[in-house]
Design a protein. Sequence first.
Length: 347
Amino acid sequence: MKYKITRKDFNTAFDFALRYHLEPKKSQSSRTSGASRGLGGVLDSFILGKLVELGVANVLKSFNSNKDYILDFEIKQNKEVLNEPDVISIIENRKERKPRCFLEIKNISKDDRWIGLTLEQFDTIRKSSDQENIFIIGAYIQNNNQGNFKQKDLLGIYLKDKFKSKIFKDFTNIDNIEIVIEYAISGKELNDHGLVFKKGFFMYETEIFEIAGKQADSNISKGKFKKIGSFSNGILKRYVMDSKFPDPEFIGDIRFNGKIELYEKLNQKSSRRFIHCLTDVKVLNDVLGTFNLAKGKTYLFNLHTVGRNPALNRNNIWIAKRSIPFLQAKKLITETGKNLARIAKEI
């Protein structure tokens, strides 16, 4: 589901960020890192988030044009409020009322591995709303213009369009930018299929099969990797890649259909296992979903953590983002479009 961002949307988001920065009672510290930030940091943060919220509200209106979905553009007191929805009221038949569904709109990245909420936030929301009527919507901004990451900076794009100055010429145009809704799940779906990750545990990779490339094939053919064995139609045993991190046992069994050869490269503190596919191979895991590996290809069996500091700062309840199509196919999670239609109807 997509929505093309307008200049009016940019103006609305910019106005909110500016008012937030100028509010004397608001802290200059980031809520996530605690670092001090000036106007530029506030604009970067809030333009992105508010554009995503505006895009989602417009997508919902495309499902039900009889309602207006009112977002929260008030500057709150200087404290974090965990139990307020992003859509704060509904206007229907010229009358304003409270929403019947709780919407949490998440500004996400296409590269996110896990989706969900902090456990604290989820518990707080559930105290005020039935989990059947809680929805988490994840969306990201997609700039379809030609340009690199820096040239696609939203604040630079906005300033270029607003002031028509040559100093902003290298930023892309404001047209052809859209929000993309990647998922919409209910609180019940998150509760039923999410895993709890405790503070201090680690964020693990979900793309656990990575094309290894020609170097790995060369090392296999030259006998530089230890061959563990040949296997058909079974369970691929997990292993510890790095001694600093535990076995990701929360993943459970990793089942496969097909024929493979398994190799290992050992170092003093770590190991790497490689899978060479003798046939096309289908891998199934209840947490991560399905993987299709191609005959003749070699893959790194990548049970590693994500990022430089993978330790979690909060308790979280998460679903692997890549498993959403798998869970939808099994009818354990409703398709995104159907959930959006339901929200637009029931909110």
